[in-house]
Design a protein around this ligand. Structure first.
Ligand SMILES: O=C(O)c1cc(=O)[nH]c(=O)n1[C@@H]1O[C@H](COP(=O)(O)O)[C@@H](O)[C@H]1O
Length: 280
C-alpha cells in the first residue's frame, strides 16, 4: 500500500483550489421547513445532497453536523453515509462534526468509526473534544496520521460559555495546554499538520490575552461563529493576524438559508469565500 497523502497537504491543496471555506451542513428543522422538506431522515438526505451538489469547487471541505443526523437513529446515519459518499464523489473533503472524546479504550472505537478506511462513516476528518485530557485522544490522533486523515481538536470554542473552562489558568490556561500539545504534535509538518484546532471566529483577542501562538501550531484553524453567531471575515482577520493563512472559515446557517435554490446557495458560499479572501 502506498503511504497516504497527509491530511494537512490534502486540505492545503483543496484550499488553494477552492478557497478557505468550510460549509457546515446543519439540517435544522427550521431550515428543512424553509426548504420545503420534511423533518425526517429522507428530508435530511435531500437537503444534504443538494448542499454537496451546490458546493463542488466553491468550498474546500464540508462539515456535516452529526447531531442533526443522529436524531433519526439508523435512518439518520444512513443519510449521513450517503452524504459522505456524495461529497467524496464530488471531490469535496469531509469533516464529521461529531465532537467525540472519551477514555482511551473507548476512543479507539470512536477513531475506528470515523477514521478507519473500512468504516461506512469514514470521513476525511472528525472534530474531537480534548476535555478528558489531550492524550486520551491518542487512538484517533494516531489513526488519523496512519490513514491520511485529520482531526480538529476544540481549542477556544465560539460559544459564550467556552471561556468559563478554556480560559481557566490565566497564562497557563486550559486552552493553551491543549494547543501546546497540538503544536508539539504538528511540529514535523512543513505547512499544515494533520491536527487541526477549532478556534471560534468570535474569540476576539483571547489568543493574545492567553499568550497563545496559533501560527506556531501549524494547525488548520476551523473558525465557527462566522455568520449566524455574529462574526465577520474582518473579525477573523483581526483575531488571527499571523495565522490567517491557516484559517478555514466555516459557516452553516447563514449559507444554508440561501437555499433550496442551488445557484443561490452556491452564490452565497462564493460571497462568503470571497469575503474571507479579501480580508487576508
Ligand atoms: O466544532 C464546531 O464546528 C463548532 C465549534 C464551536 O466552537 N462552535 C460551533 O458553532 N461549532 C459548530 O459549528 C456550527 C456553527 O453553525 P452556524 O452557527 O449555523 O454557522 C455548528 O454545527 C456548531 O456545532
Amino acid at each position: 500500500m502506498p503511504e497516504p497523502i497527509p491530511f494537512g497537504q490534502r486540505l492545503r491543496s483543496a484550499m488553494q483550489a477552492s478557497g478557505p471555506l468550510c460549509v457546515g451542513i446543519d439540517p435544522h428543522p427550521a431550515l428543512l421547513e424553509a426548504w420545503g422538506l420534511e423533518n425526517t431522515a429522507d428530508g435530511v438526505r435531500s437537503f444534504s445532497l443538494a448542499v454537496v451538489e451546490a458546493m463542488a469547487g466553491a468550498a474546500a471541505i464540508l462539515k456535516p453536523q452529526v447531531a442533526l443526523y443522529e436524531r433519526f437513529g439508523s435512518k439518520g446515519f444512513g443519510a449521513l453515509e450517503d452524504t459522505l459518499s456524495a461529497a467524496k464523489a464530488a471531490g469535496l473533503l469531509t469533516l464529521a462534526d461529531a465532537k467525540r472524546g472519551d477514555i482511551g479504550s473507548t476512543m479507539a472505537a470512536y477513531a475506528t468509526a470515523w477514521l478507519d478506511d473500512a468504516s461506512p462513516l469514514a470521513s476525511d476528518a472528525v472534530t474531537l473534544s480534548p476535555y478528558l485530557g489531550y492524550e486520551s485522544l491518542r487512538p484517533a490522533l494516531d489513526l488519523a496520521a496512519a490513514t491520511g486523515r485529520g482531526v480538529f481538536v476544540l481549542g477556544l470554542t465560539s460559544n459564550p460559555e467556552g471561556p468559563s473552562v478554556q480560559h481557566v489558568g490565566g497564562e497557563n490556561s486550559v486552552a493553551k495546554t491543549i494547543i501546546d500539545q497540538v503544536t508539539a504534535e504538528n511540529s514535523g509538518a512543513e505547512d499544515l499538520g494533520h491536527i487541526g484546532l477549532v478556534v471560534g471566529a468570535t474569540i476576539g483577542d483571547a489568543p493574545a490575552k492567553l499568550g497563545i501562538d496559533l501560527a506556531a501550531s501549524k494547525a488548520p484553524l476551523l473558525t465557527p461563529g462566522l455568520g449566524a453567531q455574529g462574526a465577520t471575515a474582518a473579525d477573523i482577520a483581526k483575531s488571527f493576524v499571523s495565522s490567517y493563512g491557516q484559517v478555514l472559515g466555516t459557516s452553516s446557517r447563514d449559507i444554508l438559508k440561501a437555499g433550496p435554490d442551488k445557484t443561490a446557495l452556491r452564490d452565497k458560499a462564493l460571497r462568503v469565500r470571497d469575503e474571507l479572501l479579501a480580508a487576508s
